[in-house]
Design a protein around this ligand. Sequence first.
Ligand code: G6P
Ligand code: ZN
Length: 542
Amino acid sequence: MIKTIATTPYSDQKPGTSGLRKRVTHFQQTNYVENFIQALFDSLPDKDGETLVIGGDGRFFNDTVIQIAIRMAAANGFGKVIVGQGGVLSTPGASHIIRHYNASGGIVLSASHNPGGPDGDFGIKYNGTNGGPAAEKITDAVYARSKEITQYKTVDTPDIDLSTIGVETVAGMSVEIIDPVADYAALMETLFDFDAIAAMFASGFRMQFDAMHAVTGPYAKAIIEGRLGAPAGTVINAVPLPDFGGGHPDPNLVHAKDLYDLLMGADAPDFGAASDGDGDRNLIIGRNRFVTPSDSLALLAANAHLAPGYSRGIAGIARSMPTSAAADRVAEKLGIEMHETPTGWKFFGNLLDAGRVTICGEESAGTGSDHVREKDGVWAVLLWLNILAVRKQSVDEIVREHWATYGRNYYSRHDYEEVDAEAANRLMADLRAKLPELKANGLAGRQIVLADDFAYSDPVDGSQTNGQGIRIGFADGSRIVFRLSGTGTVGATLRVYIERYEPADGDHDRETQEALSDLIVLADEVAEIKARTGRDVPTVIT
Ligand code: G6P
Ligand code: ZN
């Protein structure tokens, strides 16, 4: 039944940090999907009789690619595939399924927070047996193979019905359709005190979770409204749609503005949260209190011991370099390891596998722990709920107490999107060249204690990653970081991360942009942002 089909290679199938991500129309080119999946299968050491997990965030084209992947898995010798019902698995959900069923890996179909639909984006990502994004060694091999591929293997069978839970057979390979939520919900139940959270809801705690018509809808419905007993309507936009209802499933203050306005309004519920297209990002807003991702990481790390899954304490914390140093102060106080890694979740994998860290986070709205090998939006929301249920305080009170203990890291990111790529590269190069002089002479009368281009040496496998962003650190703990985005699609995106430390007994009530205003001026002076980009103001401020 196995058919070998001739094909011609594409030259642009280089996976990025989160797999191969392109427009749907790009993936619809002849054999584009088949080539990439065959290149992937050709690059894996073990396939014979192995188990492969397949699922995605439900966006347009998901179903088509799943059918292709199932047939090709059968033709390439896999013993079994596990598929989420309806083809749906959140990214952290897929990570858990891979680990839980000892699969050799998984194919995750998503373009994360990018819009979906026929004119939107699509993506194919491979996660390895630890449940985390494939190491560069594999993605490099896939790319190399994709450039020379001449044929792919498939089987001639009808489409599998993905809507019914159960086991089917495709050309001798077993296909198990599973409930996408059940195993994940069971895992959450081992980590969090569901009774305490349910009691909090029963006593009138009000929450709004915006699933943004994306993959976390079924997860949040089943867990928050189902197992935790929150009133119906707590989870909104809960039905995943192929085009996310025409929205942009990115849980930030721009695309989740309605949620933000609700939480800042007169009749605000106690707690608001949202997640992105594939369920790995999170947004946390208390009544009249937005929590930055950097602060959320620090708060979750400081309070994790209140949840049963972390009651013995955490081994260490890791954060991406541009994420604020708020978590570092928690690690210092707890006397545990703290790691600063390059941007991208994959850099946490080795530290988690080695048991060196338990909780990780990034300023780009990702938080997670060693329970899976992806960041996890619903997990972050449940840990917050567990903390709220135990401390019986509002988000605002908890945040303020945290600042009064550790101090506050005022923090903001200024993005200059779609700037001329050459101008952006030159800005970075010229700034890099200035670093020794800055270190020696300071800037505008301020002493500079750190001026470098961030390089990371992985303490577990010794691998070295260079050129990860320019750091300028001042003696008072303030910091300016310059980085070019690795995920932009048009031109270059310059990200400027600005941070100022205000000690525990200082003023924690200033408006963020105002508190950072002198550093914002310095950032422009030292990098000549306005002059070189031709932009007077950032396109996005978060
Ligand atoms: C993706 C990755 C994150 C990373 C982010 C950075 O979302 O999954 O781990 O933090 O990209 O994006 P940037 O545009 O700043 O390179
Ligand atoms: Zn995502």
